[in-house]
Design a protein around this ligand. Structure first.
Ligand SMILES: [Fe+2]
Ligand SMILES: [Fe+2]
Length: 319
């Protein structure tokens, strides 16, 4: 049911937020809108709240809209929730992930990649701050992985796993930021691969596969033109290299592959194996990792593959 005056708002820009970022029975410091037949309709007035029943009745993937002029209110609202001592880490992780999904979506829809690169720092820093504040934060975030395939979901999940693996490898905060951003942009080159190939259900033929395998080169070009760091470029260009030296595009052997790209190689495959696509059933995280260790082990840095076990093992404490 739509509350308040059923008024459409014109000449105002809006941005999307996900229902999962709103907690029940808490006054909301901004107006909420829904989209109906192309028009933004007022749904809830600033200072009002949503009941638990109402939130439950809404689909988890549902979105609301907020006026662009209220964006800072929303950012402060999320920041306050993430810093609220009495909120459980699992609830905070869920709010963080849900709010990041819309942010990641916005980043991926930007045609200006240098702007997207700048904004990605905010997104990744939020995750690192959360990991530093909450000892079990990473495990909670991992347990919330979406397992649905959309480029931004995939990239966001790869970033989260990579941050787990990076911190298990002793990375500094600055290194984690670069690793997180590199993970977020690892497949940016797919923008230049024909959409029919990207969306094809089932195996690719030789010509299509050759085109798909160019995405690291395409990505390197895009990132270079937009001033990305060396680390971010390496994550993109080297994430399909293989520890044995028979990956692509350079056939780099083990130690010559950038360390961050070795992380992305693992987290990228892990996410692909655990993600639901129309032509394959997803594996459970433990199955996927066992499969990678048994069948694909020599593709990856053995120390990192071991560390991935411990990153996911922490998950058990939460689940
Ligand atoms: Fe890729
Ligand atoms: Fe990928």
């Amino acid at each position: 049911m739509i509350h308040g005056k059923l008024k459409a708002v014109e000449n105002e820009r809006f941005f999307q937020i996900r229902v999962g970022t709103i907690l029940p029975d808490r006054p909301i410091p901004f107006d909420l809108y829904v989209l109906l037949r192309g028009k933004h309709i007022h749904y809830l007035r600033e200072g009002q709240s949503l009941t638990l029943d109402k939130i439950k009745s809404l689909d988890r993937g549902n979105v609301f809209y907020i006026r662009e002029s209220h964006r800072q209110f929303y950012k402060n609202f999320i920041f306050d929730r993430l810093n609220e001592e009495s909120l459980e880490a699992g609830v905070k992780a869920s709010i963080l992930r849900e709010s990041s999904m819309t942010l990641a979506e916005e980043i991926f829809e930007k045609s200006d990649v240098s702007e997207a690169l700048t904004e990605s720092k905010v997104l990744i820093t939020q995750f690192i701050d959360f990991m530093e504040q909450e000892p079990e934060g990473m495990a909670h975030l991992i347990s919330l992985s979406s397992h649905d395939f959309y480029t931004y979901n995939h990239s966001l999940d790869v970033s989260i796993y990579s941050l787990g693996l990076g911190s298990a490898s002793g990375y500094s905060r600055e290194q984690l930021i670069e690793l997180g951003r590199g993970s977020l942009f690892h497949d940016i080159g797919k923008r230049n691969v024909a959409v029919e190939i990207i969306c094809k259900q089932g195996p690719l033929n030789d010509v299509e596969w050759a085109q798909m395998q160019k995405h690291p080169q395409f990505g390197l070009k895009i990132l270079t033109e937009n001033g990305a760091s060396e680390d971010v470029k390496a994550c993109c260009f080297e994430h399909h290299e293989n520890f044995l030296g028979n990956g692509y595009p350079q056939q780099l052997p083990g130690e010559e592959i950038h360390h961050m790209a070795r992380i992305v190689a693992i987290t990228d495959t892990f996410d692909a194996l655990t993600t639901k696509r129309s032509y394959n059933e997803p594996r459970t995280p433990i199955d996927a990792l066992e499969f990678m260790s048994a069948k694909l082990a020599n593709r990856y840095d053995p120390d990192l593959l071991k560390a991935m076990h411990s990153v996911l093992f922490k998950l058990k404490k939460v689940g």
